[in-house]
Design a protein around this ligand. Structure first.
Ligand SMILES: Nc1ncnc2c1ncn2[C@@H]1O[C@H](COP(=O)(O)OP(=O)(O)OP(=O)(O)O)[C@@H](O)[C@H]1O
Length: 821
C-alpha cells in the first residue's frame, strides 16, 4: 500500500512540483490553510463540477489532485459514505500513524482494543482516502497514458512523415550531393580551364609582347622589304607567268595523267590498238619512206638533168663566146677589108687620076678588088650564118635558161616536198617513239597490275628427220577466232577428246625466233630499267626449250632469246649513254645437275687443273640478301661490255657443258642451265641508280620415267630432274594457294629462283610443246603445269632504283673475276 502510494507520489511528482511552484509564486509567507481550504474536520472540500482538483496530499503534506466524489463513488461505491464523512489531513494521518496504543494501563486490554478498533477505523478511513486518491491517480494516469498514446501515435505518424520527409530529403541531399560533386568537378574543370586560359593568356601576352617587339623589328624590316617587294613584284609577275604556264602545264599533265590512268584501265585494248596503230604507222612510214625515196630519186634525176643542162648551157655560152669572138674577128677583118677596099678604091681613083699606071696593074688590082669583094661577100654570108647561128644559140640559151628556171622551181618544189616529207617522217618516227614509250609504260603497268607469272606457250614444228615419226600428225589445234584467238591451245586425242588451255600467248610452229623475241623484248628491256626479270623454258625433252632460249647464236634466223636479249641490252645501254646513263654488266652461267651446282664460266684450263666442280666436291651455296639479290658462292662473274664478249662466254659455257658431258657421260640437256646478267646503271647527271637482273633459264626436260625407260645413273638423274621440277610445282602450288610456307629450299633450282618466283620480279615461263601424237601425254602434263603457273599470283614487280649517295655503301653483289681468257 505504501509502495503503491510512493509510486503514485513519484508519478505525480511533476504536478506536485508545479503546485509547489504555484504556491511559491503565490507567496511563501502565506499559511497553507489560506490557500487550501479544509472543512471543519480538516478534510479537503470536494469540488462539485470538476472531477479533480489540487489538494494537499495527506501523506507528504504537499498539494495533490483530489479526485471528485463522483469518481470515488464509481471506483469504490462501498466506501462512499465514509469518504463523504471523513477527510483526513496530513497531520492527522501522521498523527494517526504515530499514535500508540497504550490503554489506560498495561493491562487495559479492552481500552487497548477499543483504541485499536478506533485506530483501525481511522486507518481504514485513511486507506480509503488513499485508495480514492490512488484511483484518481490511476484515472489520471490512464488519461495521461491515453494522451501519451495519442501523442505517441501522433509522434509516430509525424515520425513516419518525418522519416519520409527525411528519406526524400536524403534523396534530395544525395541528388544535391551529386549535383554538388558535378558542380565541383565542373568548377574544378572551369578552374583548370581558367588556369589554362590564364596561362595561355599569359603566354599570349608574352607572345603579344614578343610579337610587338617582333612587329617593331618587322616594321623596320617591312620598310626594307617594301623596297625589295617592288623588285620582287616584277619577279613575281614573271614567276606568276611561269606559274600560270606551269599550272597550265600541270593541268595538261594532270589531264595527261588522268588520260594515262584511263589508258591504263583500258590498257589491254589500248595496247592492241597501239600495236595496230604501230603497224599502221609503220606501214605509213614505209609508204612515206617509199615516196620519199621516189621523190629523192626524182630529185636526183632532176639534179642530174639540171647539171647536164648547166653543162650544155656552159658549152653553148662558150660556143657563143667563141662565135662572138669569130664574129668580132670577121667584123675586124671586114673592117680591114673595107678599109683595104677603100684604100684600093682610093688607089684606083688616084691611079685613074694619075693615069700613069699600067693596065695590067689595074686589072690585077681590079681582080684583087673582085676577089676581095667575093671574100667580103663570102664573109658577109658567113657573118649572116654565124649571126643566125648566134640567134639560134641565144634562143637555145634562153630556152635553156627558162627550162633551168623551171627546173630550179621544180627542184625547189621537190626540196620543199622532201623537207615536208622528212618532217612528216621525223614526226611519224617521234610518234612511233612516243607510242613505243607509252606502249612500254602500258606494258609495265599491265604487268604490274597482273602481278602474276606470265606464261607463253610455244609449239615447235613437227620434225621431219627428228624423233617425230613421218606419219605422225600434229595433235595441237588453235582457236581461229573469239576470245582465245592467239591465246588458246587445244590438244586433241585420237578418240576426239579435246583439252583446251589458254595462256598469255600461244605461238604456233610457224612462229620465228624473231617473232618470239618481239614479244619479250619489252620484258628484257625492263631489266635495264631496274627490274628483276626471269624467263625460263619448261617442257619435255626435245620440245624446243634450248632452241627457244639459245637457238643457234651464229645464225641470224635461228638465234634464240639469250643472244637476242643481250644484243638488245647492249644496244639500248649504248643508246642510253646520250641521256647520261653508264651501265656495268656482269654475266654468270651455271648448271644444276643432280642437285649440284656447276660453274660454267670457269676457264677450261683452270677447270681441268682444279677438276670439275662436281667431281672435286666444290660447293656452291646459294644466298639471298635483304635486297633480293641472289649470290652463289665461288661463282665466276665476268664483267661484259659487248655482245661479242658474251657470245665468247656462251661458247665457253657450251664447251664446259660438253666437257662435263664427256666427264659424266651425260647429256647436257639433263641439267638446268641458268644464265644471269646483273645490270647496274648510274645516271651521271641525275645520280639515279638502277640494279636489274636478267635470268634466262633452260630447264632440264621433264619426262616420265615410264616413257624414258631409264635405268641406273640415268634413272637417278631423271629422278633428280623430276624431283626438282616437282619441287618447282610444289612451290608454284604453295604460292597459288597463298600458303604461309613456300618450300623454296626443297631444291637448288627453286631456291635459286626464289626471288623470281617469290614476288618482286617479272617472270615469264615458256612452256614448250612437241606437237606429235606420241608426246600427247607429256604435252598434257606440261600444259597442266603451265596452267597452274599461269594462275599463280606472285605479287607486283618492283624496280630496284636508288640515288648514288644513298647506296654508296651498298657493295656490288658477288665477286667480279676479271676476264683473263
Ligand atoms: N621452233 C622450232 N623450229 C624449228 N626447229 C625446232 C624448233 N623447236 C625445236 N626445234 C628443233 O627440235 C629439236 C629439239 O629441240 P631442243 O633441243 O631445243 O629441245 P629441248 O627441249 O631443249 O630438249 P632437251 O630437254 O633435251 O634439252 C632441235 O633439233 C631443234 O632444232
Amino acid at each position: 500500500m505504501m509502495k503503491r502510494g510512493s509510486t503514485l507520489q513519484q508519478r505525480t511528482g511533476r504536478d506536485t512540483r508545479s503546485s509547489k511552484q504555484q504556491k511559491e509564486n503565490e507567496g511563501l509567507g502565506q499559511p497553507p490553510e489560506k490557500k487550501t481550504k479544509f472543512n471543519s474536520s480538516g478534510a479537503c472540500p470536494i469540488a462539485s463540477t470538476d472531477q479533480s482538483r489540487d489538494v494537499l496530499c495527506p501523506s507528504n503534506g504537499q498539494t495533490e489532485t483530489c479526485v471528485s466524489q463522483q469518481a470515488v463513488s464509481e471506483q469504490a461505491p462501498n466506501l462512499k459514505a465514509e469518504v463523504d464523512d471523513v477527510k483526513m489531513t496530513k497531520e492527522q494521518v501522521e498523527a494517526l500513524l504515530n499514535t500508540k496504543i497504550l490503554g489506560k494501563s498495561k493491562f487495559d486490554l479492552k481500552g487497548k482494543n477499543e483504541q485499536m478498533m478506533d485506530y483501525i477505523k481511522q486507518l481504514r478511513v485513511c486507506i480509503r482516502q488513499f485508495l480514492q486518491v490512488e484511483q484518481a491517480y490511476i484515472t489520471q494516469l490512464q488519461d495521461l497514458e491515453n494522451r501519451f498514446q495519442e501523442e505517441k501515435h501522433r509522434w509516430e505518424a509525424s515520425d513516419a512523415a518525418k522519416n519520409d520527409e527525411n528519406a526524400q530529403l536524403s534523396k534530395d541531399l544525395s541528388g544535391y550531393r551529386d549535383r554538388c560533386a558535378t558542380l565541383e568537378r565542373e568548377l574544378a574543370d572551369a578552374e583548370e580551364q581558367k588556369r589554362a586560359l590564364h596561362i595561355t593568356h599569359e603566354e599570349d601576352l608574352n607572345a603579344l609582347e614578343a610579337s610587338r617587339s617582333t612587329c617593331l623589328k618587322l616594321s623596320s624590316e617591312v620598310e626594307k622589304l617594301k623596297l625589295d617587294i617592288k623588285a620582287t613584284e616584277d619577279k613575281v609577275r614573271s614567276l606568276q607567268d611561269i606559274n600560270k604556264r606551269l599550272s597550265e602545264y600541270n593541268t595538261s599533265l594532270q589531264d595527261y595523267n588522268s588520260k594515262l590512268q584511263n589508258d591504263a584501265s583500258s590498257a589491254a585494248q589500248e595496247n592492241s590498238k597501239t600495236q595496230q596503230e604501230k603497224i599502221a604507222i609503220l606501214e605509213t612510214l614505209s609508204t612515206i619512206r617509199g615516196s620519199a625515196a621516189a621523190l629523192q630519186a626524182q630529185l636526183d634525176s632532176a639534179k642530174l638533168s639540171a647539171e647536164e643542162d648547166c653543162k650544155q648551157k656552159t658549152a653553148l655560152l662558150n660556143e657563143l663566146e667563141r662565135l662572138r669572138a669569130e664574129l668580132q674577128q670577121c667584123n675586124d677583118e671586114k673592117q680591114q677589108y673595107q678599109s683595104q677596099i677603100q684604100s684600093l678604091k682610093d688607089e684606083n681613083s688616084r691611079f685613074r687620076e694619075f693615069t700613069g699606071r699600067s693596065a695590067s696593074e689595074l686589072e690585077c688590082v681590079t681582080n684583087k678588088a673582085v676577089a676581095l669583094e667575093e671574100s667580103h661577100h663570102i664573109q658577109a654570108e658567113q657573118i649572116k650564118l654565124l649571126t643566125n647561128q648566134l640567134d639560134a644559140a641565144t634562143m637555145k640559151v634562153q630556152a635553156l635558161e627558162c627550162s633551168m628556171e623551171l627546173q630550179k622551181k621544180t627542184e625547189l618544189d621537190y626540196a620543199e616536198k622532201v623537207t615536208e616529207l622528212q618532217q612528216k617522217l621525223s614526226e611519224a618516227e617521234q610518234r612511233l617513239n612516243e607510242g613505243e614509250v607509252i606502249r612500254r609504260k602500258l606494258h609495265n603497268t599491265i604487268q604490274e597490275l597482273k602481278g602474276n607469272i606470265r606464261v607463253f606457250c610455244r609449239v615447235r614444228p613437227l620434225l621431219v628427220d627428228g624423233e617425230d615419226t613421218e606419219q605422225s600428225q600434229s595433235v595441237v589445234q588453235y582457236p581461229q577466232f573469239g576470245e582465245l584467238f592467239g591465246r588458246g591451245i587445244d590438244l586433241v586425242q585420237a578418240d576426239g577428246q579435246k583439252y583446251t588451255f589458254s595462256f598469255d600467248k600461244v605461238f604456233g610452229p610457224e612462229t620465228t625466233q624473231e617473232n618470239i623475241f618481239e614479244e619479250i623484248s619489252q620484258l628484257v628491256q625492263s631489266a635495264l630499267d631496274g627490274y628483276k626479270v626471269c624467263i625460263f623454258a619448261y617442257g619435255q625433252t626435245g620440245s624446243g626449250k634450248t632452241y627457244t632460249m639459245l637457238g643457234q647464236p651464229d645464225q641470224q634466223a635461228h638465234k634464240g632469246l639469250i643472244p637476242r636479249s643481250l644484243e638488245q641490252i647492249f644496244k639500248s645501254s649504248q643508246a642510253l649513254q646520250n641521256q647520261g646513263w653508264r651501265f656495268t654488266m656482269q654475266a654468270s652461267m651455271l648448271e644444276i645437275y643432280n642437285e649440284t651446282i656447276r660453274d660454267l664460266l670457269i676457264p677450261p684450263k683452270a677447270d681441268l687443273q682444279k677438276g670439275d666442280a662436281a667431281s672435286t666436291g666444290k660447293q656452291h651455296n646459294i644466298k639471298h640478301d635483304n635486297l633480293g639479290h641472289t649470290q652463289v658462292s665461288e661463282l665466276t662473274l665476268v664483267e661484259v661490255t659487248s655482245w661479242k664478249e658474251v657470245s665468247g662466254l656462251l661458247r665457253q659455257a657450251a664447251q664446259s657443258r660438253s666437257v662435263g658431258k664427256t666427264a659424266m657421260n651425260e647429256q647436257s640437256s639433263r641439267s638446268h642451265c641458268v644464265f644471269t646478267l646483273r645490270i647496274s646503271g648510274v645516271n651521271e647527271s641525275t645520280e639515279q641508280q638502277v640494279h636489274g637482273v636478267l635470268n634466262l633459264v633452260d630447264l632440264a626436260g621433264s619426262e616420265r620415267l615410264s616413257r624414258s625407260g631409264a635405268t641406273g645413273d640415268r634413272l637417278k638423274e631423271t629422278q633428280a630432274i623430276n624431283k626438282s621440277l616437282s619441287c618447282l610445282g610444289d612451290v608454284i602450288l604453295a604460292i597459288a594457294n597463298k600458303e604461309q610456307h613456300v618450300p623454296y629450299r626443297n631444291s637448288k633450282l627453286t631456291y635459286l629462283l626464289q626471288p623470281c618466283l617469290g614476288g618482286d620480279s617479272k617472270t615469264l615461263m615458256f612452256v614448250n610443246i612437241a606437237p606429235d601424237s606420241k608426246s600427247l601425254h607429256e604435252s598434257l602434263c606440261s600444259l597442266r603445269f603451265a596452267a597452274k603457273v599461269n594462275a599463280c599470283e606472285i605479287g607486283v614487280a618492283r624496280r630496284t632504283t636508288s640515288s648514288r649517295a644513298a647506296s654508296a655503301s651498298v657493295s656490288a653483289a658477288g665477286d667480279v673475276v676479271p676476264r683473263t681468257h
